[in-house]
Design a binder for this molecule. Sequence first.
Ligand SMILES: [Zn+2]
Length: 251
Amino acid sequence: MADVELRFHDRLNDLLKPARRGRTLTLAATRRAAIKDVIESLGVPHTEVDVILVDGASVGFDHLLAGGERVEVYPWPTAPEAAQHLRPTPPACPRFVLDAHLGRLARHLRLLGFDCRYRPDIADAELAAIAEREDRVVLTRDRPLLRRKRIRLAHWVRHTDPWRQVEEVCDEFDLYPAFAPFTRCARCNGRLASVEKAAVLHRLEPLTRRHAEAFLECEACGQLYWHGSHVARLEERVARLRRRGLRKSER
Ligand SMILES: [Zn+2]
């Protein structure tokens, strides 16, 4: 069989080994292979791909390569006009499921109001099943996880710092218009509701009792939130993120 020529575009190069970035790769075709498997064998999960062109024609992940083709692989959002866009369009307010490494990202996204399933001991198979069953977007640092066919919409998180990760995810899914800060519990994903100070007085430290007036309580786990230094810091973060969203929408 003749060799296959492959070219990955734009940020898909982040996922390749350094020596393979930004150049045309030549692969020996030893058998007919599904294009999804060929792309993923080079380290690029199918969830990062939006358009595949084989000799100029757009194809799906099941397309079989026979040898001798020229393949171009594009990510969202820089893929060219094509008959088939493989990345599903995310909803305006996506719900997420996060891998075990992304606990702090899950907490931050919850504080912004986003529904995030997260458990530190979640297994890959269970995570993929939840994503499919509940129509959730997978956020992960684990590339092999994204090779699972059940996962259709996902993002491989590039940054390691949790607040940089928040910015990255907000940019990727344009979450800015959907912010609803302090409506969801960072600890358990439950809904927050206003609660009278008198009803929680017995649970407060003396200093909080004296200085805080407005309280939110998680309907699921009972965690209390109030306007102290912690919330003030988060409000500043939220304001900074909103400014970032505004700058993006003006571009
Ligand atoms: Zn809670």
